[in-house]
Design a protein around this ligand. Structure first.
Ligand code: PMP
Length: 407
């Protein structure tokens, strides 16, 4: 792994130098949120120091410059996603808002009684609850595709559950709880073949490898900026512009209108139609910088993360009483696990005592935990800025935890 200079990359991330209890913090929670490189932090400070004005409505130079920077970020996001037209890029707060927008707006326009919305058992709550609400309003039904014992989508069941009643198929590209990479090209092709509209939740894939909406063939795709080295409070909904233009507004107000009259109001096309009010200008600008930073490290960063995953998997498998949850053949660098006789919360707290930061709980996937028959897991997730030494610290700490809890 000499090719990937992780020591140099870590210098870009000031927070990774943080010390806790005499140790440098081992931050193994990037699936929840990634740390930020200096270029992103600098972009935000520079924006407020030198560039800030409200966008779109100004006739003066500063506002025009801020508008140009914001709109240029839209183009950067389009090229990050290989989208042919930047009009399909809507800036939102994050994946949660993106899916709510589609479920509400697209749902109101298209869902009818007895329609079906096909999800998988490994969805994040953000890709379940908005569909439950939309289904209830329309008299439609949420249908759930099961998963296999190794934590993969049961493709035979997926095929069986698709029918002309399937109006929407919405599924995760990569599971945040298991790390499973789903065969989304095939899933999209199958769903489109029965006439369904397809949304892909790319929250956990955009941070690891290239996501190409043209190659995927989906109708909507979303991700959150804060998981891809960008700021919190900014994310992306990408949609086919022709679909977006037919959808009713999600929120209304300034900037999204063509003409307002008390006799009636008309709306602008996408993307403005879905960006009511003053947006997160600095967030959008810094997101483009983050995406550029991440894209430049590809594909080596992904190869390196896979190396960390293999090392961690081997070390954790060697610990007696430790069970890895989710053993799909294709995974990103996420490992969920349980230790016999130890509550996952206690494991997380004991790791914290060694300055190893992991996430514990249901990971916003309560239906998945129910299917697996467990209350939650411990989840370690690795980014390209993590090191072999951090993987080893996790394993050493877990051996200690195991010794303490198996007495
Ligand atoms: N989907 C997946 C797969 C996720 O991992 C997350 C975040 N954990 C979300 C959706 C929601 O993202 P956000 O909280 O940034 O809106």
């Amino acid at each position: 792994m000499a090719a990937f200079d992780v020591a140099r990359i870590r210098q870009d991330f000031p927070l990774l130098a943080r010390k806790e209890r005499g140790h440098v913090l081992a931050y193994l929670d990037s699936a929840a949120s990634s740390q930020k490189p200096q270029c992103v932090i600098d972009t935000i400070a520079h924006y407020y120091r030198e560039q800030h004005a409200n966008i779109h409505r100004g006739v003066y130079r500063l506002s025009e410059e801020a508008t140009a920077a914001y709109e240029s970020s839209r183009k950067s996001v389009a090229s990050f996603l290989h989208a042919p037209d930047a009009r399909g890029v809507i800036f939102v707060r994050g994946a949660t808002e993106a899916i709510n927008l589609v479920a509400d707006s697209w749902g109101r326009a298209h869902l009818k009684p007895n329609d079906e919305i096909l999800l998988t058992a490994m969805e994040h709550h953000a890709n379940i609850v908005p569909w439950q609400v939309a289904a209830e309003r329309a008299g439609a039904r949420v249908v759930v595709c099961p998963i296999t014992a190794s934590g993969e989508v049961d493709m035979a069941a997926f095929v069986k559950l698709l029918s002309p009643r399937t109006r929407m198929a919405s599924f995760v590209h990569v599971s945040n709880a298991l790390g499973t990479v789903n065969p989304v090209v095939e899933m999209t092709r199958l769903a489109k073949a029965v006439g369904a509209t397809v949304l892909i939740d790319a929250c956990q894939s955009a941070s690891h490898f290239d996501v190409d909406v043209t190659a995927l063939g989906c109708d909507f795709l979303c991700f959150s900026g804060h998981k891809v080295c960008g700021p919190t409070g900014i994310g992306v909904l990408w949609g086919r512009p022709e679909l977006l233009d037919q959808m009713p507004p999600y929120q209304t107000g300034g900037d999204m209108i063509q003409k307002v009259d008390f006799a009636g109001t008309t709306y602008r096309p996408a993307p403005e139609r879905f960006e009511a009010g003053t947006p997160h200008i600095s967030g959008a600008i810094a997101l483009a910088v983050a995406l550029d930073y991440v894209a430049k490290l590809r594909p080596d960063a992904h190869t390196y993360e896979q190396h960390l995953l293999a090392r961690a998997t081997e070390k954790l498998r060697a610990i007696p009483g430790l069970r890895i949850v989710g053993e799909a053949s294709e995974k990103v660098s996420v490992i969920s696990f349980l230790i016999d006789g130890a509550h996952h919360h206690d494991v997380g707290m004991l790791l914290d005592a060694d300055a190893v930061a992991v996430r514990v709980g249901h990971h916003c996937c309560m239906p998945l935990m129910k299917v697996l028959g467990i209350p939650g897991t411990v989840r370690a997730s690795f980014a390209f800025y993590n090191t072999e030494e951090e993987v080893d610290r996790l394993a050493t700490s877990l051996v200690k935890v195991r010794a303490m809890t198996s007495r």
